[in-house]
Write a protein that binds this ligand. Structure first.
Ligand code: NAD
Ligand code: DAU
Length: 347
């Protein structure tokens, strides 16, 4: 019989997607009795993201996923580990890959070794970026109505950046631990998330907080690059479905058919915030900039019955704009430093 997941470790639970998952668990799954958030509180981790949640249920342990003794102790008491902690920003990985190699590869290695030792269920959060990029639809014959235009679980690994290659490495470690050591693991590769609590270095919150701060938004290169947007709550629901109903050893792709190019997204933000459509600057492009991501989530939908709930991107974006507008205290102290770092890099 399947063991219930009463004690769950959420690594990176003070970051963007991890904290949204902790909120989702508290609000939707009373059967989860205890959530241990293991988070190093890097620049991207903010304890405020989980403040206000019941203290008897959500416990924050400030620590590093590379700390073998700490990880061993926590995992020995858990029923499952959901692993979100990572260095997550492509631009940072291009400036200094070192912490990406350490946290994303060695951290995953530390966690899966402990889960193997105590036979603890492990779910690995990964990204669609491990599959590299796809051609723009307008560059495909017949404007891309044919097959083979989206990532599937069988797409070859072809990562482009230090970030995505470190995530790809960690996925491969998990696959090997399943096959060689019987680790009870699943992997999910999700597309670009948006929603509350996302660090202001990322595209959507950077532009919203730029406008709120009287700074012109910044678009890399032509703005033709396409991302496949999904609301972070839909990601959380998918992860829960995979954790509880997914088949051990399987990879599930998570996406909500939300393809949009960056220029379109930026123009939508400007419109929703009452600004002229062209009130932004083109800045230096990202080296190796992936052209297009697109997820085929058929397996998740047909095997596990998942469907996205946030199907209206404009509405989700409006909620996100409202959240940043109402939570200036959450981001305003960091804004100048984030923009100074970008400016130094011509972005
Ligand atoms: P984030 O940068 O907002 O948060 C990362 C969290 O991990 C922070 O709280 C940070 O303090 C913590 N952390 C970093 N290094 C650590 C370490 N060594 N030990 C313990 N904690 C550490 O990231 P995010 O955007 O929420 O992404 C979370 C996960 O989801 C990552 O694995 C990322 O690859 C994956 N992912 C993100 C997206 C997206 O759109 N943001 C999409 C698909 C997958
Ligand atoms: O696809 C999933 C990935 O999505 C996750 O694995 C990553 O952790 C997450 O950061 C995200 O990666 P991206 O590189 O796609 O996200 P980012 O928000 O950095 O950029 C989104 C797009 O916007 C990308 O094409 C670069 C562009 N961009 C970004 C910034 C910060 C701009 O045009 N201007 C900007 O100021």
């Amino acid at each position: 019989m399947k063991k219930a997941f009463k004690n769950i470790i959420v690594t990176g639970g003070c970051g963007f997607i991890g904290s949204n998952f902790v909120h989702y668990l508290v609000n939707n799954h009373p059967e989860v009795e205890h959530i241990t958030v293991l988070d190093k509180l890097t620049y991207a981790g903010n304890p405020a993201n989980i403040a206000g949640l019941p203290k008897d249920k959500v416990e924050l342990v400030v620590g590093d996923i590379c700390d073998k003794d700490l990880v061993d102790k926590l995992v020995s008491q858990a029923d499952a580990v959901v692993h979100y902690a990572a260095e997550s920003h492509n631009d940072n990985s291009l400036l200094d890959p070192t912490p990406f190699i350490k946290t994303n590869i060695e951290g995953t290695f530390t966690l899966i070794n402990a889960c193997r030792k105590y036979d603890v269920r492990y779910h690995h959060i990964s990204t669609d970026e491990v599959y590299g990029d796809l051609p723009l639809r307008e560059d495909l014959p017949g404007h891309g109505d044919g097959k083979g235009e989206k990532f599937t679980p069988d797409s070859p690994y072809r990562p482009s950046s230090p970030y995505s290659s470190s995530k790809a490495s960690s996925d491969l470690l998990v696959r090997a631990w399943v096959r060689s050591f019987g680790l009870r693991a699943t992997i999910s590769n999700c597309s670009n998330n948006y929603g509350p609590y996302q660090h202001i270095e990322k595209f959507i919150p950077r532009q919203i907080t730029n406008i709120l701060s009287g700074i012109r938004p910044k678009l890399y290169g032509s703005g033709k690059n396409v991302r496949d947007w999904i609301h972070t709550n839909d990601h959380s629901r998918a992860v829960w479905d995979i954790l509880t109903k997914g088949k051990i050893g399987e990879t599930y792709l998570i996406g909500a058919d939300g393809e949009k190019n960056n220029k379109e997204v930026l123009e939508m933000i400007l419109e929703l915030m009452g600004q002229p459509k062209d009130a932004y600057d083109h800045v230096k492009d990202r080296p190796g900039h992936d052209l297009r991501y697109a997820i085929d989530a058929t397996k998740l939908k047909t095997e596990l019955g998942w469907e996205p709930e946030f199907t209206d991107f404009k509405e989700g974006l409006q909620h996100t704009i409202d959240w940043y507008t109402q939570h200036e205290d959450w981001w305003k102290d960091e804004k100048a430093a984030v923009e100074a770092k970008y400016a130094k890099n011509g972005q």
